[in-house]
Ligand binder design. Structure first.
Ligand code: SF4
Length: 339
């Protein structure tokens, strides 16, 4: 069984949202309702879009430069990101993602679905212009942020690394029949010290990402140990690994200690919720599942921020039968009503 913290978090918010996200959504155009669930799952509001632009660009464009030991030209990169954002906006505005010949691979960094276009969420042009200004400012600020090494800016820290391993998706660790396979944003090594870094772009100061990082730390520890043994090197020590959240929007940093106690606590959490997740991930085909079996939430705040809200309302109103024309009528009526 593959365990995922984001699956679990969706499941705990709303079972029906879990159904839309993980059981129904499919990128193929074969079944209109599955495709619609996919498009809604991919869609972003303007705030999320701003964060994703920064996160993707930093991870996929800027970190690889540091990996090659090149000093990034931040002013040129800031302009490049604004151009990408403009292309994404235009792609979404023209609804090019609905073109059956279009794929994410084909569209590359231009692919985007914004809720203002897909769901008719009202917005002002100045909100979009403010995003272009803000992302440029953030990219220019990033090199001056502080870093996990005292006295070094983030730019100096990255440039002075002996080894950078970004965007790790293939490391996993088996625990009590559960596979842990977290995405690790960056592993930075310098001498014996190993930093596991999670880039954040959320404004929330209350969200707790510690479990996510402990699990990333555990998986990193076991994979580095395995690789060291293959090379005949000594095992890493737990205390050589440090875990950091770095917020790319404002430079805030938070460190979490990877100890025997914190690792055990994170693994207990995985074990505690394994049944809940397993129960709803039934390994059945999508057409063997009944949407009615997945309860809706009664928490209004969860629905307010749910990407699947129009589809959820449409299916409830339409006796769980998807009718694309009726769906779009509902979306336009919400647009007219400004909700
Ligand atoms: S709109 Fe509310 S009830 Fe429907 S899927 Fe989303 S969170 Fe669940």
């Amino acid at each position: 069984m593959e365990w995922s913290i984001s699956k679990l978090s969706t499941l705990r918010q709303c079972h029906r949202k879990f159904y839309f996200s993980y059981e129904l959504a499919d990128f193929h155009f074969t079944h209109a309702v599955r495709r619609k669930a996919f498009e809604l799952g991919q869609s972003k509001n303007l705030r999320m879009w701003q964060g994703t632009l920064i996160d993707n660009f930093f991870s996929k464009r800027i970190i690889p430069l540091y990996k090659e030991r090149k000093a990034p030209d931040y002013p040129a990169l800031a302009d490049e990101l604004v151009e990408i954002a403009k292309r994404q906006f235009s792609f979404s505005e023209q609804r090019l993602y609905r073109d059956k010949t279009m794929t994410k691979t084909k569209a590359g960094d231009t692919y985007q679905i914004l809720d203002i276009h897909e769901c008719g969420v009202p917005y002002k042009e100045e909100d979009v212009l403010a995003i272009y200004t803000r992302i440029r400012e953030i990219i220019l600020q990033i090199p001056e942020y502080g870093s996990p090494d005292p006295g070094k800016t983030l730019h100096q820290y990255l440039l002075s690394s002996s080894y950078l391993q970004p965007d790790i998706r293939y490391w996993s660790y088996e625990f009590e029949g559960i596979t842990l396979n977290p995405q690790i944003d960056l592993v930075r090594r310098n001498g014996k010290s190993i930093h596991v870094i999670d880039w954040k772009v959320s404004d929330s100061t209350t969200s707790d990402y510690s479990k996510q990082l402990y699990l990333a730390g555990i998986v990193a520890f076991h994979n580095i140990k395995k690789s060291n043994r293959e090379k005949g090197f000594p095992d890493p020590k737990l205390e050589e690994i440090s875990l950091f959240e770095i917020n790319l929007m404002n430079g805030n940093r938070k460190q979490h200690e990877l100890t025997r106690e914190s690792s055990a606590g994170a693994l207990d959490y995985v074990y505690q919720f394994r049944d809940e997740q397993e129960q709803l991930s039934q390994n059945k085909k999508w057409d063997e599942l009944r949407i009615e079996d997945y309860q809706t939430t009664d928490k209004k705040e969860t629905c307010m921020f749910c990407k699947f809200k129009p589809l959820c309302i449409h299916l409830i109103n339409n006796n769980f039968k998807y009718d694309e024309n009726e769906y779009y009528k509902l979306v336009s009526s919400r647009q007219l009503a400004g909700i």
